[in-house]
Each structure stands twice: as C-alpha cells, then as structure tokens.
Design a protein around this ligand. Structure first.
Ligand SMILES: *Cc1c(COP(=O)(O)O)cnc(C)c1O
Length: 359
C-alpha cells in the first residue's frame, strides 16, 4: 500500500507518473527494452530529452536566450560549478546566508572565489529572510547567489532580490515549478531534481546565454556550461532515466494545468497546514510568517520526547517521513507538487488526533 510520503528529498512523485513508468518499464516505445537500456544517442532518446526541455521551457516560460542543461553532481555540484563558471579568481561573489543550504553554497564558493555575505540571518536562528532593502549590491560583483527556499529550515523568500546588473543566481532545488516565476529576473537557476522534478541523479540548470563561455581554466568539461551547452548536455552519458522521469513529470504538470494552477494548489495546501499548526495551541512553526515555505513545513510539539512517538504513530497511519532534519530535530512535512491536498488533510487529521491523545 502506498503511503503519503512527506520526505524532503528524494521525495514523493506523482502516482500517474509512476504508473506510466511501470507500464512502459519492460517495453518502452516498442523497443523491446526499457528506456534505461537504450542509447542516449538514439533518435528515440534524444527526442525524450528534447521534449523534456521543450515542456520545461513552456511550463516556466523560459526565454530563448537561456539554455537548459541536464547535469549531474546534484545541486551540490553546482555550488562549485557556479563560481568556476561565473567568477574570475580575483572577483567577488555576493551571497545571502539564510540557512543550511546557503551556508553550504557559501563554504564551497569560498574555495574558488572571494565571497561577500550580504546578509546573515543568524540573529533569528535562520527563521527569517533579510528585508529587500537591507543589503547593498556592489555592481562589480561576479554574481549574487541566494536560496529562495531553505529546505531544512522551511524558510522561503516572499520576493525576488533586485540584483541590478549583477547576475542573480538561485538555488531553486526545493521550490522550482511550485508556482509561476519570472525567469528573466535570473542569470542562472539550478535545482537538484529529487524534490520537485523527478528521481535524484539529475540537476537542471537554466542559464542565460551571456553567462556561458566564461569558465575559468581547469573547470572540468562536465561542469563547464559552454561544453555542456554545445553538446546538448550529452558530452558524456547523461542520467537517462532521470531525464525520462523528469519529462513525465513535466507532462503531468502540463496536464494538471501548469504552474498557475499548481501554485494555487500549493498555496492552499500550505495555508491549511499552517492554519492547523497555529490554531492548535500545541504545535508550533518557528518561521517568521512572511518567510514560511510552501514546500517544507517544520513544526514542533511542546514535549520533544513525544517527537519519536509522533513519527512512529504517523507512519502506522500511512504518513511517512515526518522526522525533522537530523540537524534540527522536531518534525517536518515536505509538501511538494506531488503531495495531494488529500495527504495534507490526512496529516492535519492525524495531528488533531495526536494532540487529543497526548496534548
Ligand atoms: C536538496 C538540496 C540541495 C542538495 O541537493 P543535492 O542534489 O543532494 O546535491 C541543495 N540545495 C537545496 C536548497 C536543497 O534543497
């Protein structure tokens, strides 16, 4: 029996997509083999990759002066690929520090370039985002990096920073495709696939043309945007199954009505869950109201000794992976695109029942 899977990543996938993949598993497009077993250079597979790109472009409204790259090495690989491609050794890159993932991005960038941290939300224990007017952009900087959604802290920007002429770079791993976004505001968007796109092993990079071809000496070819763009992400064997699955997810998103519809659904899901937390007088979400994530909802109970019991009982009720990140404890419900409202409702009902019994 399938459970409602609230894992932060790898995360739940749309049932319709899994069923289609199962259906096609042994004999894909009458090839007599699975999609995993065909050549990435074959006409049939190249068509899959091209369709996936076209569907992503349509969903996000990606203009023609941006390349879409399907890379490996996860979002973490991009923590180093971004400075290698965009920052000369003697330049400065600007970062916002809003939680665990931006911290990792900063630490990695420091190995390649000088980093200036424009804002650090330490004072609020990373439960806030900096006000849009609280930092000044140095127009000579190589790029300006931020993390629109901090997956561990459940902290999400409610605005896109104004970076002026400096290329804005966003780690959208846990928020991509969750609602419409104006791609033209960004120089580069990247996202590990395992939250809102498909299985792990694939990282999507959307990069503006003028930022391609600047990689520093010594950048590995598989991380160099110019060589990967030139080879249409097939300089070497790409993660073919991941690209196929991402393509199925993109088609599912289109069938569901696109990002405007998905965005409303995600807002409704998040509002219902936060309301249940706030009105309970028992559960608590630590994040500033304007910075509450639509995708990752951390919450606590008054007695931390009950956390283990909460997660164990939830699992029996068919609600899996509600443990908070190992670094912060508590609970966390990740409610990405593929989590239906029905799953959120089931969680809310379970929370009320748990409170009655233990509160
Ligand atoms: C999951 C995640 C990452 C790391 O992704 P990997 O693919 O495991 O490298 C980076 N940034 C954010 C915001 C994430 O949610």
């Amino acid at each position: 029996m399938r459970v409602f899977n609230f894992a932060a990543g790898p995360a739940t996938l749309p049932l319709a997509v899994l069923e289609q993949a199962r259906e096609e598993m042994l004999d894909w497009q009458s090839a007599g083999m699975s999609v995993m077993e065909v050549s990435h250079r074959s006409k049939a597979f190249v068509a899959v990759a091209e369709q996936a790109e076209a569907d992503l472009r349509e969903l996000m409204g990606i203009p023609s002066n941006y390349r879409v790259l399907f890379l490996q090495g996860g979002a973490t690989g991009q923590f180093s690929a971004i400075p290698m491609n965009l920052a000369a050794q003697d330049s400065t890159a600007l970062y916002l520090h809003t939680g665990a993932w931006s911290q990792k991005a900063i630490a990695e960038a420091r190995r390649y370039t000088s980093v200036s941290v424009l804002a650090d939300e330490k004072a609020s224990n990373y439960s806030t985002v900096p006000a849009p007017t609280s930092y000044v952009i140095d127009s000579s900087a190589a790029y300006f990096h931020y993390t629109p959604n901090e997956t561990i802290g459940g902290v999400e920007f409610d605005y896109i920073p104004a970076a002026g002429s400096v290329p804005l770079v966003a780690d959208m791993s846990s928020t991509i495709l969750s609602r419409p976004v104006d791609v033209t505001r960004f120089g580069l968007i990247y996202a590990g696939a395992q939250k809102n796109i498909g299985p792990s092993g694939l990282c999507v990079v959307i990069v503006r043309d003028d930022l391609i071809g600047r990689a520093r000496e010594g950048t590995p070819a598989i991380f160099d945007y110019a060589s990967m763009a030139k080879e249409k992400s097939m300089l070497n064997t790409p993660p073919t199954f991941g690209i196929y699955m991402a393509g199925l997810v993109f088609q599912w998103l289109k069938r569901e009505g696109g990002l405007a519809v998905i965005g409303e659904r995600n807002r409704d899901k998040a509002e219902a869950l936060y309301r249940a937390i706030d009105e309970s007088g028992y559960y608590r979400n630590p994040v500033a109201v304007n910075a509450r994530s639509w995708m990752n909802v951390p919450f606590t109970v008054p007695d931390p000794a009950l956390e283990k019991i909460f997660c164990a009982e939830a699992l029996v009720a068919g609600l899996a992976n509600l443990e908070g990140h190992r670094s912060v404890g508590g609970m966390r419900a990740s409610i990405y695109n593929a989590m239906p409202m029905e799953g959120v409702r089931a969680l809310i009902d379970f929370m009320a029942d748990f409170q009655r019994r233990h509160g």
